[in-house]
Design a protein around this ligand. Structure first.
Ligand code: ZN
Length: 343
């Protein structure tokens, strides 16, 4: 089979010919149907410092995908052939103390699909059964492949109350866009976002954000003050921009929460942490998805709350056109790009 892989410690990805992966105990084999390209895949493509320190080529990439189970190991009792499943990229030992405490999402021994072990950007993949998450019946596969990324959004949004709350989302990359849709589905009272890309501002408006501030042309502090005079109940930081964290601290109300998903490029200095102390705020880091609460919440949002993420899927192409997919992602003129592996 053909697979999208990092074959050498340098920039670029290759389409390589490899053997189909073989079923192992505790695992299922998937016929991969669709995958979505993530910022992490782009880090691996360009071979930045993080990728160089973490990835050991050759490695089949891809951690956001869905497929049909075609084989189940004998010791797996809760998955069956024909089931359509989405990938959870974080592989954890179900017997670890972290998982037993309900903190599997921050288990330091987590192994990541498509990063530490071969991923799913190929027509077939073998993954641990517990990482193959059943999706709602009839859910479109071009959306199901995004569940891992959507889960980051769900985990961030649901880190605190949302219904009836005023929410500020800083940064409208795909997870920020998901956050708008999730906040909408959960009945947030007001959704304000910040974003500099006109392309993504348009997507955010389509998803139903009440107001999107462009810090390049607007005074974001003054706008936030005007839109939420007492401060926002919650701020979801999705940009990793140091200035956005400062804005988050200023624009969130006394006793509010700031949930942090964006990764900052460097160690931060000169933050006014006294504001956090004196406002009695909560700063919460968000890693991965809660195993498996976030998946249950996602299921409920899709089935019962009408969560609509369709507008975030902006491109669909066959996986052999991965180079165009990565170039489109790099251009910034994309929401989520879906690769099809079944045609
Ligand atoms: Zn991802």
């Amino acid at each position: 089979m053909k697979a999208i892989a990092k074959t050498r410690a340098d920039a670029g990805l290759d389409l390589i010919e490899v053997n189909e992966p073989e079923l192992r105990p505790g695992h299922v084999k998937l016929r991969v149907l669709a995958g979505s390209v993530c910022g992490t895949d782009r880090h691996i493509d360009v071979w930045d410092a993080w990728a160089a320190s973490r990835i050991r080529p050759p490695r089949i990439i891809g951690h956001e995908f869905c497929g049909e189970i075609i084989e189940v190991a004998d010791d797996v009792k809760d998955r069956f052939v024909g089931q359509i499943v989405a990938s959870e990229s974080h592989i954890v030992d179900p017997n670890s103390d972290w998982v037993k405490r309900g903190e599997g999402h921050i288990d330091p021994d987590t192994v990541i699909l498509g990063v530490d072990v071969d991923g799913g950007f190929a027509p077939y993949a073998v993954i641990p059964a517990q990482n193959a998450r059943p999706i709602p019946e009839g859910y479109p596969i071009e959306l199901a492949c995004m569940m891992d990324a959507l889960g980051n959004g769900v985990h961030t949004v649901m880190d605190g109350p949302v219904a009836g709350q005023t929410v500020l989302i800083t940064g409208l990359g795909p997870i920020g866009l998901f956050a708008i849709a999730i906040c909408k589905a959960m009945g947030a009272a007001q959704i304000v976002a910040t974003e500099v890309s006109e392309y993504r501002i348009a997507l955010g408006e389509k998803l139903g954000a009440d107001h999107i501030i462009n810090p390049m042309s607007d005074d974001a502090y003054e706008m936030c003050q005007r839109l939420a005079p007492g401060g926002f109940d919650a701020t979801l930081e999705m940009s990793g921009h140091p200035g956005s964290l400062d804005l988050a601290i200023e624009a969130t109300r006394q006793g509010g929460r700031v949930s942090l998903l964006g990764l900052f490029p460097d160690r931060l200095r000169f933050m006014d942490m006294n504001r956090v102390v004196m406002k009695g705020m909560r700063l919460q880091g968000i890693a991965g998805r809660r195993l498996w609460d976030t998946w249950d919440q996602m299921h409920d949002l899709i089935v019962n709350k009408g969560l609509d993420i369709e507008p975030i899927k902006t491109h669909v192409m066959p996986f052999t056109e991965y180079q165009e997919a990565f170039a489109t992602l790099a251009s910034g003129h994309a929401g989520k790009i879906v690769l099809r592996f079944d045609s």
